[in-house]
Ligand binder design. Sequence first.
Ligand code: GLU
Length: 404
Amino acid sequence: MDRDLFHKCVEGNLLLLIQAFRKKFIIPEFDAFAKKINEIYKTVEKQRDGHVADYIPHLAKFSPDLWGVSLCTVDGQRHSVGDTKLPFCLQSCVKPLEYAIAVHEAGTEQVHRYVGMEPSGLKFNQLSLDEEDKPHNPMVNSGAILISSLIKPGSNKAEKFDYVMEFVKKMAGNTYVGFSNATFQSEKETGDRNFAIGYYMKEKKCFPEGADMIDALDFYFQLCSIEVTCESGSIMGATLANGGICPITGERVLSAEAVRNTLSLMYSCGMYDFSGQMAFHVGLPAKSGVSGAVLLVVPNVMGVMCWSPPLDRVGNSVRGIHFCQELVSYFNFHNYDNLRHFVKKQDPRRPSGDDRVNFTSALSEFALSSMDMDLKDYDCRTALHVAAAEGEMTGAQDQYLMSA
Ligand code: GLU
């Protein structure tokens, strides 16, 4: 390989490579971590409780034995075990994504003029609004139906669908995202409760001016019918874990504000009537759906997609919940595990105080992209001088070599 070819190969992935060589990944011992994930997977596989949702034929056809877990870290390191390549519908797991897109587009204030941010304490498809006649939050059906009317107002149905699909694909780093028309048709046919919620919200004037309630419902049914695999779903989770930047493509998909809001609401309202217990026992933002999907986010570390169709009494995947509990019983991922003197758990993360991406690594990237590295500031120092003065000698040397 000559110098030019080497440059071509590394230039798009320089930060990733530098982090790899310096063992600066968020989970440095990734093989050992993946091995533990496999062990947890095996333990959870033995779980036989729960029933596959059967209110529509497309869901009822899935075997109760299906079980997959994929994870993707904020550095783009990935691991999968089990049935992770089979498509399934997002169902309610689309609610946080839909909400994130709405906030990204219109901002927090505009979205929350129409929907609350408080757990409802009621079933996800309850015919109920809060004291201000708003849906309780974006993670229940009323909230998600309302939010579907806020996305791309004024566009036609096809444009709206393409717009959301585009977002979802970007979140998944252009890996598998599909659509199940069979699910969409069945959701419409069996959606009496959702129609009732729609009419109730119409009567209470919940929708923004000019919005059509039936169109909003139709769009909501389409969104529930978007398909992913565990693999692609985990990358979506990783985009949320990474503050809105997809770790596979490096593209900013969602604003930091949209992601922060979304994770907060997943934390307080994401797991149906188990949300309080999930926050208590697992301490991480998550969202489940009747397809048996559980999207789990470990902020600043990784996204995880668990999928196993049998559901418990409240509608959460039995194996999905069990996996989340096992994960935090072994690793210190619970939001409040990091308090000093807390129980002994494993921390797979790189030791703190160790900057993941120092700024000389960033300079190396600029050098490779043919930027003029001799540019000086007011006191005639180049970026290299500044890096060296900050004590980043190794990085400074790398950068010097690359620009030479
Ligand atoms: N399509 C389902 C409904 O609106 C979503 C169910 C779910 O995953 O919570 O009832």
